[in-house]
Design a protein around this ligand. Sequence first.
Ligand code: ADP
Length: 500
Amino acid sequence: MTTNDTTTTTTVADEHVHVEDVPTGLLIGGSWRPATGGRTIAVQDPSTGAVLAEVADATPEDGIAALDAAVAAQDAWAATAPRERSDVLRRTFDLVHEHTDDLAALMTLEMGKPLAESRGEVVYGAEFLRWFSEEAVRIGGDYRTNPEGTGRGIVLKRPVGPVYAITPWNFPLAMATRKIAPALAAGCTVVIKPADLTPLTTLFLAELFRRAGLPDGVLNVVTSSDAKELSAPIIADRRLRKLTFTGSTPVGSALLKQAADNVLRTSMELGGNAPLLVFDDADLDTAVTSAMQAKFRNVGEACTAANRFFVQDGIADAFLAALTAKVEALRIGRGSEDGTTIGPLIDGRAVDKAAALVDDAVERGARLVVGGERVDRQGTFYGPTVLDDVQPGSDILTTEIFGPVVAITRFHTEDEGIRLANDTEYGLVAYAYTSDFARGQRLAERLETGMLGLNTGVVSNAAFPFGGVKASGIGREGSHEGIEEYLETVYVLTPDPFAR
Ligand code: ADP
């Protein structure tokens, strides 16, 4: 343990919250160390711009050192009893819950979301640890007679090998556990690179894994201000066997090209452009309450955020009025202040993007119902906004907003609603509100999406397969499918044991 070393831990605090002993180094082979050359990255609070901590800025050599550690630990970890891997995950689950306040505080400070949402993310993120602690002991196989009756096939599963995981800034805990937990459960070792905007949560999580007894080198953490420079040599290294990424589609696509050279297994959880359909027969309260969650959870900074609202004519006025009332009641503030429901966006670029999308939509004929302005206070805030009658061709219909903006288009028939919903290159999640179950079934069969929230506003759950179709990605996280992403299938043929 080198966690008491002042060069590798710090205290992160503001006037409301305070977290001690947050690691700031690189975790390589079981010890925390500074980056070679000692460079650091400043981590900022987006609600004030204040520097919260300086974390190590890894060089490409540090990245390869982390891979060396993962490779060195791979065989021993793969050989552990499934129950041993399960127990480490379960102990980490318990530690994450014990440190709910610390992890929530870190997420709120480095990412900006309200504390209540950060606590919600601790519960959600921890579930992957519990779920995959349970899956670790249920890795299956097969034994069957071949169709000719002349042999027996045995199918077994093996860990794919060392994994490189790259995670985004919007769900600092859950994006890490969603990758680390199934990889460890399967018997893979991991190098993880969190986003440089929000590394503190992952660093703290890694420390909890250590305290839970995870052997040295099984989980390694590298932080860098130059993700490409750090990642390219790791992805090109023949010893790496798997790349798992959550982030934007352009970066995912570039990573897939790099992974192709090394024929890596990949899981890609990429961008979304979620449609949210409200039908005339929807229960209005359910639709409005769920739509608020689907849109404003995480200040809209989620790949699952409802991006395009399609509302049927007959309910449109009532839906707009009820939704607008709720939007006007949202409270802007620092995430660590009581009562805040809308925190800052992650940075100034995110604010510029939301503002440009709203301005473009209004110029093309949308009606601004509420909001549409930057917030005049310190930090990177954009006011919650509702647009009605968004016109075809508006950028907001083809761009992931990642901000607190509702963009409503009205439609007439079910077919038209489905056509509009599918008119995107993305296919991560869709939301639909209807009291007609057969319509719900039709939507499930016709919407081009990996997930559908039917009369609900949040679909994420560790027990179900999270992932998209089309440009939204490849592979699934959570559920039994989640562990398969980290397993290889090996098939053995043997002769008929009764043949003489
Ligand atoms: P976002 O727009 O949500 O920040 P990105 O796709 O840019 O999404 O980033 C997601 C993660 O991918 C972050 O950890 C970031 O550092 C990393 N990343 C960005 N570009 C690259 C790259 N060229 N190679 C490897 N990782 C990258």
